[in-house]
Design a protein around this ligand. Structure first.
Ligand code: URA
Length: 209
């Protein structure tokens, strides 16, 4: 699938199977999602540019490498995206955070914004949008539309599971945005749930069902 990177690392696939299992408790689900976020973060940042710096070890001076440019931004889509945030920040603790509040209008399934708070210089940074599920793609498209309105040019999308329909919608609206996911499932059902999926990610993170 063009523009989609499937993270097929054995640890990711193992954790995904436990996340999918309906018997997995809220506590375990939350912990695993956090671990999954760290592994996905490792992959999505794999090609970040480095610059040479001069450092001094306890025994010698040397040229070494550090991340170049401005700190990146993680942009969780509320509320389920918050389940991935801490795991990502564990790996990149100096990253900035932009919160994007969107809900799906139940009848039309269209995304409606209720909250947006981002660093003032977000336009100059790489923004990694995070949401465990890429289902219809409407929410992801709305979040990315909003980021582009503020001038952001460099955007990546990370999820745990995607539906083919969501991938098509996101890639057709934003072909410049690459997607990192642990799996692309079969399809959406009539209620826009991913099949086989893992159920409602927000409910499983927060135990609200
Ligand atoms: N959002 C979820 O949390 N789960 C789905 O299956 C689809 C959208």
């Amino acid at each position: 699938m063009q523009g989609v990177r499937i993270v097929d690392h054995p640890l990711v696939q193992h954790k995904l199977s436990i996340l999918r299992d309906k018997e997995t408790s809220t506590r375990t689900f939350r912990a695993l999602l956090r671990e999954m976020a760290t592994l996905l973060c490792y992959e999505v940042t794999r090609d970040l540019p480095l610059e040479e710096v001069e450092i001094e070890t306890p025994v010698a001076r040397m040229k070494s490498r550090k991340l170049a440019g401005k700190k990146l931004v993680f942009a969780p889509i509320l509320r389920a995206g918050m389940g991935l945030l801490e795991g990502m920040l564990e790996l990149v603790p100096s990253a900035r955070v932009a919160h994007i509040g969107l809900y799906r209008e139940p009848k039309t399934l269209k995304a409606v914004e209720y909250y947006f708070k981002a660093p003032s210089d977000i336009a100059e940074r790489l923004v990694i949008v995070i949401d465990p599920m890429l289902a219809t793609g409407h929410t992801a498209v709305a979040a990315i539309d909003r980021l582009k309105e503020t001038g952001v040019k460099d955007i990546r999308f990370v999820c745990v599971l995607a539906a083919p329909e969501g991938v098509d919608v996101l890639r057709s609206h934003h072909p410049d945005v690459q997607i990192w996911t642990a799996a692309v499932d079969e399809r959406l059902d009539a209620h826009a749930y991913i099949i086989p999926g893992l159920g409602d990610a927000g409910d499983r993170i927060y135990g609200t069902k």
